[in-house]
Design a protein around this ligand. Structure first.
Ligand code: E4P
Length: 214
């Protein structure tokens, strides 16, 4: 299973990359806006830290605009994956960029049927939003799993990125379901490392060691 970090914060990315467990990074316009820095420079800086797929989202909503912007983003670094929202124009742009060998991550996917269309258009990745589905009472991880089943049935080369991950329980369920990738906020990554028995275990080992040194 691959783990991507879902942030545009350079310090968070540096800290997570040092752990050796991060395979890629995803960003979106909200995450970029939060950092108040230049979009392309931020993507370039992320590419210098993590050697893996780095998703950079287009802002344009029309197919031609998405294609032009996608080409520009792809020029930043060979690891850049152009992130395109799932709309009819998004499908056109995904197909056009795919034909130019530019990898696309289709985002804002909320149903297996949308996932199927994204695969057919040539998306390299699809991002079903588990947390936002859960917000409206659906089982978001189940939808990710359904998307992955369709890909497996037809041998599409597309990989599923479970997105909008809100908790360690989400990550665990993704792993149980065999989801290709989960993109997680830094806070969830930190929580994944925590266990009170690890902390108390270290405390006891250190206390016993100190006693033996007297
Ligand atoms: C990543 O690809 C998505 O943009 C992100 O996970 C959305 O997360 P949110 O629903 O917490 O904004």
């Amino acid at each position: 299973m691959q783990l991507f970090l879902d942030t545009a914060n350079i310090e968070e990315i540096k800290a997570a990359a040092r752990l050796g467990v991060i395979d890629g990074v995803t960003t979106n316009p909200s995450l970029i806006a939060k950092e108040k820095k230049d979009h392309k420079e931020t993507i370039r800086a992320i590419c210098d830290i993590v050697d893996g797929p780095i998703s950079a989202e287009v802002i344009a909503l029309d197919a031609e605009g998405m294609i032009t912007e996608g080409r520009e983003l792809a020029k930043i670094h060979e690891n850049v994956v152009v992130k395109i929202p799932f709309t009819p124009d998004g499908l056109i742009a995904t197909n056009a960029l795919h034909e130019e060998d530019i990898s696309v991550n289709m985002t804002l996917i909320f149903s297996p049927n949308q996932a199927l269309l994204a695969c057919k258009a040539g998306a390299r990745y699809i991002s079903p939003f588990a947390g936002r589905l859960e917000d409206i009472g659906h089982d978001g991880i189940e939808v990710c799993s359904q998307c992955q089943d369709i890909i497996g049935t037809y041998d599409y080369l597309t990989e599923v990125i479970a997105a909008s991950i809100r908790s360690t329980a989400h990550v665990f369920r993704c792993a149980q379901e065999g989801i290709d990738i989960a993109t997680i906020p830094s806070s969830v990554l930190m929580q994944m490392m925590k266990h009170p028995l690890t902390d108390s275990g270290i405390e006891k080992f250190m206390a016993d060691w100190k006693k033996s040194q007297n």
